[in-house]
Design a protein around this ligand. Structure first.
Ligand code: FAD
Ligand code: SIN
Length: 523
C-alpha cells in the first residue's frame, strides 16, 4: 500500500468497523485498516449473543430498565432509550446482511438469558455468535467495490493541527483530524494516510491485565491515540471482569464460559460444592456481572482458593451440547466432563465500559473523528455493561455515525502540508527484554492494584509505579525505531494511566469501580 488519500478511513475490522463501512460505502471510498488478520477481533470471540427486543414476552421498557439497573444509576438514559428502541431494526439488518441466529422448532428465534436480564432476549449462534457475525460482515464488506481491507497495518497516531505546527501542544479545543500515520508491517514503512473522516473502531484493552478473555489485539491503541491527540476519554474506571473464565493457568486469552451457561441453569459453587451467590444477591448466579465477579473474588479470598466452580451436572446433556458445543469440547479437551465434574472458573478482564467520549452520533471531541464499539464511551453502559449489550451498541452507533458522516463528507477537503513521518536519529532497540519486562510490570500493577477491588492506597501505588514505566517507555520510543510491540506497550501504559487517573477521581463505589475507602452499603 502506498501513501494515499481516502474519504472514509476505518480503523478496525470488528463489528463496529465493518458495519460502519457497509453503511457509508455508497457515499465514498472506504479503507479499513486492521493490525492483524482481518478477522482477529474481540468480535470473533463473542459467545453469548446480541440483546434485542424481539417478541411479545419482552418490551423496550424492560430492556431499558435492565440496562439502567446494571449500569448502577449512571447510564445516559437518553442513550439507553435510543439504543434499545433501535435494537430490533438494527439486528434485523444484521440478519439481512447474512448473519444466522439459532431458531427453535417453531421457527422463532431461540432467545436466551444472561445476568441482569429480566427476560430471554439474547439472539445467538450456538456459543460462537461473534464468529458468525464476523464471518457474515467480512463476506459482505469484501464484496463491495468501494471497500478495501488492509491487514497487518498498524495505526500509530492521528494527524491534527498539532502536526502542522499550528497549535501549541497543550491546546485541546477546536482540534480536527486529517488522517493518520500507520506502520505497514509487511514493508516496515511508515505511511501517511490522509482522510476526510476517521472512524476509530479499534476495540478494547483487556491486555493491560494479567488475565483477559480478549485476544492479543486488544491493547487500547485507539483510546491512546485519541488521548495523545487531546481528545476526551470518559468512564475508564469501569473495567468489566467476566465472572466465569475457565481456570486453566497459563492459557491466554482465558477461555470464556459464557454467561448463557448460567442462563441455561448452571450454578456457581465453592470447592466444597456449596452454593454461595444467595449470600450476595437475590438474583444469585444471574446477578449483574459486577456483583458476581466481586462475590467470586471474595469467596476465593475467604477460602484461600484459586477458583470457584460452575456446576452443570444437573443439566440436560443433549441440550447443553446443542447450545454450547465449543464450551463442551473445550472442557473435554482439558479433561473436564461437565456431567461428572464442576468447571473451575475465575474472573478475567473482559470489557472496557469507558473509552473515547462520543455523542449520540458517535462523534468524538476531535472534529471529523468518530469512535464506535468498545473503544468508545457512549453512556450506554454507565458503571457496568449489561451482558450482550455491546454488540448491539456497536450496530446502533455505526448506523448513527454513518448518517452523520454521510451528511458531512461533501463539504470536507483533504488537508495539505502535513509532514511525512520523521525517523531521523532513531536506532533499533538494543534489548527487547526491556519491553517484555515493562509489559509484565504493567500487567502486575493493573491486576494487583486496579482490579476488582481497589483502595486509595493501591491506586496511588499504581499511579507512582506506572509513572516510572511511562517515562522509560516514552524515552525508548523517542530513541528507537518504531515497532508494533513498542507501540502497543506505549498504548497500554497510556490506557493504564487513564484507568488509574479516572479511578482516583471517582470518590465512590459504583458498579465496576469498587473502592474499599469509599464503600457503599453493598458488598
Ligand atoms: P473488535 O471486534 O475488538 O475489533 C477491533 C479491531 O481494531 C481489530 O480489527 C483490530 O485489529 C483493530 N485495531 C486495533 N488497534 C489497531 C491499530 N493500532 N491499527 C489498526 N487496527 C487496529 N459482547 C456482546 O455483546 N455479546 C457477547 O456475547 C460477547 N461475548 C464476548 C466474549 C468474549 C470472549 C469477548 C472477548 C468479548 C465479548 N463481548 C460480547 C464483547 C464484544 O465482543 C466486543 O465488545 C465487541 O466485539 C467489540 O467490537 P469492536 O468492533 O469495537 O472491536
Ligand atoms: C458471555 O457470553 O458471557 C459474554 C457476553 C458479553 O460479554 O456480553
Amino acid at each position: 500500500m502506498d501513501s494515499r488519500k481516502i474519504d472514509f478511513l476505518v480503523i478496525g475490522s470488528g463489528i463496529a468497523g465493518l458495519s460502519y463501512a457497509l453503511k457509508v460505502c455508497e457515499y465514498g471510498k472506504v479503507m479499513i485498516l486492521t493490525k492483524s488478520n482481518e478477522d482477529e477481533t474481540n468480535t470473533k470471540y463473542a459467545q453469548g449473543g446480541i440483546a434485542a427486543v424481539f417478541y411479545a414476552n419482552d418490551s423496550f421498557e424492560k430492556h431499558i430498565n435492565d440496562t439502567l439497573v446494571a449500569g448502577g444509576g449512571i447510564c445516559n438514559e437518553e442513550v439507553v432509550k435510543m439504543v434499545v428502541s433501535e435494537s430490533t431494526e438494527r439486528v434485523k439488518e444484521l440478519i439481512n446482511w447474512g448473519t444466522s441466529f439459532d431458531k427453535k422448532a417453531s421457527g422463532e428465534y431461540d432467545l436466551v438469558k444472561e445476568g441482569g436480564h429480566s427476560e430471554h432476549r439474547i439472539l445467538h449462534h450456538k456459543d460462537n455468535t461473534g464468529f458468525e457475525i464476523e464471518r457474515a460482515l467480512l463476506a459482505k464488506a469484501r464484496n463491495h467495490p468501494n471497500i478495501e481491507i488492509y491487514d497487518h497495518i498498524f495505526a500509530l497516531d492521528v494527524l491534527t493541527q498539532h502536526h502542522l505546527g499550528a497549535f501549541v501542544n497543550s491546546k485541546t479545543e477546536g482540534i480536527e483530524c486529517f488522517g493518520i500515520y500507520a506502520l505497514n508491517e509487511r514493508t516496515q514503512r511508515i505511511e501517511k494516510i490522509l482522510s476526510k473522516i476517521i472512524c476509530m473502531c479499534s476495540g478494547g484493552a483487556g491486555n493491560i491485565y494479567e488475565s483477559t478473555t480478549n485476544p492479543s489485539i486488544a491493547t487500547g491503541d485507539g483510546i491512546a491515540m485519541v488521548y495523545r491527540a487531546k481528545g476526551k476519554t470518559k468512564g475508564m474506571e469501569f473495567v468489566q471482569f467476566h465472572p466465569t473464565a475457565l481456570y486453566n493457568p497459563g492459557e491466554q486469552p482465558a477461555f470464556l464460559i459464557s454467561e448463557a451457561v448460567r442462563g441455561f441453569g448452571a450454578i456457581l459453587k465453592n470447592s466444597k460444592g456449596e452454593e454461595f451467590m444467595q449470600n450476595y444477591d437475590e438474583r444469585k448466579s444471574l446477578a449483574p456481572r459486577d456483583i458476581v465477579a466481586r462475590a467470586i473474588d471474595n469467596e476465593m479470598k475467604i477460602n484461600g482458593e484459586n477458583c470457584v466452580y460452575l456446576d452443570c451436572r444437573h443439566l440436560d446433556k443433549k441440550g447443553f451440547i446443542e447450545h454450547f458445543p465449543n464450551i463442551y469440547n473445550k472442557c473435554n479437551e482439558i479433561g473436564i466432563d461437565i456431567m461428572q465434574d464442576m468447571i473451575p472458573v475465575v474472573p478475567s478482564a473482559h470489557y472496557f465500559c469507558g473509552g473515547i467520549d462520543v455523542d449520540k452520533n458517535g462523534k468524538s471531541t476531535i472534529g471529523n473523528l468518530y469512535a464506535i464499539g468498545e473503544c468508545a464511551h457512549t453512556g450506554l453502559h454507565g458503571a457496568n455493561r449489561l451482558a450482550s449489550n455491546s454488540l448491539l451498541e456497536a450496530l446502533v452507533f455505526a448506523h448513527n455515525a454513518a448518517i452523520d458522516s454521510i451528511s458531512k463528507i461533501p463539504k470536507l477537503e483533504f488537508c495539505n502540508g502535513l509532514p511525512d513521518w520523521n525517523a531521523e536519529g532513531t536506532t533499533n532497540p538494543e534489548e527487547l527484554v526491556l519491553m517484555t519486562q515493562s509489559l509484565k510490570e504493567l500487567k502486575a500493577i493493573m491486576t494487583n492494584y486496579v482490579g476488582i477491588v481497589r483502595s486509595d492506597l493501591r491506586l496511588k501505588r499504581a499511579f507512582d509505579r506506572l509513572k516510572i514505566l511511562h517515562n522509560e517507555t516514552e524515552d525508548l520510543y523517542e530513541r528507537t525505531t518504531v515497532s508494533v510491540k513498542l507501540c502497543e506497550l506505549r498504548n497500554m501504559i497510556k490506557v493504564g494511566y487513564i484507568v488509574i487517573k479516572q479511578s482516583i477521581t471517582r470518590k465512590e463505589s459504583v458498579g465496576l469501580h469498587y473502592n474499599i475507602d469509599h464503600k457503599n452499603p453493598t458488598i
